[in-house]
Design a protein around this ligand. Structure first.
Ligand code: PEP
Ligand code: MG
Length: 409
């Protein structure tokens, strides 16, 4: 069906992907929206300073996504989930060996094999976003996600034993034992995020080296880079005190080795309620906050995001217990309030603290309005949602133009 004319066509007809570059009316409208949101007096901060409205950034893991985001008008990358790069077919076997390594030296050996490809990934991102900030999140998921499926492997081992096949059996048995040792009852609350970085620092050390080597190479080619390294799932400032100085040391080593200078930041995601409540402390180290509202919603409500949406949430919304699905539209009274508190406390420690959001809510108009009201600098969403987010940022700018953000609430 042609959604504009209402014409219905029988059968499959050839189609082409719409190109935003050709939508001149839309581009004009979005240009006006950006101009409005960028006006320097759109918001008045609690200390009386004037500030512009929201910028719109995008979540992008690969250079092609970053290029698309840029063509849709994104002014930065708010989240690059680096683990996606580890899942690629030729890299995954090395990643698996790296995880199962028994010594730090062995692990570093495999990581050194991954370093050139990671560097290439980041190089492409910086090139695509020339002049704009790129937030790269260090590895986040639990390690079992990179390993073969435990149940399937168990079946293979049992089948081989039953058939009396011995060739390759020992390797499979050893692999199964290793996967079992990684098993956690509740992996989303287990060894992941910054905890994993502290448990196995070699992985993030490689990632930070790759980020800074790529940034240095791009700088030498005349590209303006603004890397921002993001540490996920922080719960206490002590975690940052443990890991961040080691990573900053690597950044400094690389810029000295390569004799280049560029702006960079180290910051964290705020996705655990404890981090929001202790944001004043966390901002002593973190130069920016990005609200991971998928996890923050999950952990504030105590709902498993992988399960809630396919069972009780529908009933809850139908019964009026929840007004909307909180994984789609930010729950202002709970999660939103934690965000507001975190921004206020964070900026008491660090007045220039950059604040964004990179959970799914970053592309939802109602949630974008809340981000405007509490003083976020930007929202980051999927590239396809960037145009809607630009309009929403302008709507908020119009609605609250020139108001003190504290009064908005
Ligand atoms: C989040 O938790 O909101 C987030 C962006 O991280 P992820 O969805 O990758 O856990
Ligand atoms: Mg998260």
């Amino acid at each position: 069906m042609d959604g504009t004319t209402g014409k219905v066509f029988i059968g499959k007809i050839p189609t082409v992907e719409a190109k935003i570059e050709e939508q001149t009316d839309l581009l004009t409208l979005l240009g006006w929206a950006d101009e409005l949101a960028a006006r320097k007096d759109i918001r008045i901060l609690p200390d009386g300073r004037k500030a512009p409205g929201l910028q719109v950034w995008a979540n992008a893991d690969y250079p092609k996504d970053a290029q698309r985001a840029r063509s849709y008008g994104a002014k930065g990358i708010g989240l690059c989930r680096t683990e996606h790069m580890f899942f690629e077919t030729e890299r995954l076997p090395i990643v698996q060996k790296m995880i199962l390594a028994e010594t730090s030296e062995e692990r570093t050996g495999y990581l050194n094999q991954l370093l050139p490809t990671q560097r290439k990934d980041f190089d492409g991102l910086f090139e695509a976003m020339n002049g704009y900030p790129v937030i790269i999140r260090l590895i986040d998921p639990p390690l079992h996600e990179f390993m073969p499926d435990e149940e399937k492997l168990f079946e293979e081992v049992v089948t081989m034993r039953v058939k009396g096949e011995t060739k390759g059996l020992k390797e499979k048995e050893d692999l199964l034992a290793s996967i079992k040792s990684l098993h956690e009852s509740n992996p989303m609350m287990g060894l992941r995020g910054v905890r994993l970085s502290i448990f196995m620092p070699e992985i993030v050390e490689m990632q930070v080296r790759a980020i800074f080597e790529a940034a240095a190479d791009c700088t030498k080619r005349g590209i303006v880079v603004k890397p921002e390294v993001m540490i996920p799932l922080t719960g206490t400032v002590k975690e940052l005190e443990w890991i961040q100085p080691r990573l900053v040391r690597i950044a400094k080593d690389v810029t000295e080795e390569k004799k280049v200078d560029f702006q960079y930041k180290f910051g964290t995601m705020i996705e655990i309620p404890r981090a929001a409540v202790t944001a004043g402390e966390i901002a002593k180290l973190a130069e920016f906050f990005s609200f991971g509202t998928n996890d923050l919603t999950q952990m504030t409500f105590g709902y498993s995001r992988d399960d809630a949406e396919r069972n009780f949430l529908v009933t809850y919304v139908a019964a009026g217990i929840l007004p909307k699905n909180p994984f789609q539209t930010l729950d202002r009274d709970g999660v939103g309030k934690l965000m507001q508190m975190a921004i206020d406390d964070g900026r008491k420690t660090r007045p220039e603290l950059e604040v964004g959001i990179c959970g799914e809510h970053g592309g939802d108009p109602d949630s974008i309005e809340w981000c405007h009201m509490i003083g976020n600098n930007y929202v980051s969403c999927s590239p396809f949602r960037v145009p809607i987010a630009r309009l929403s940022a302008a709507h908020s700018a119009l609605k609250y133009s020139g108001k003190k953000i504290a009064e908005d609430k």
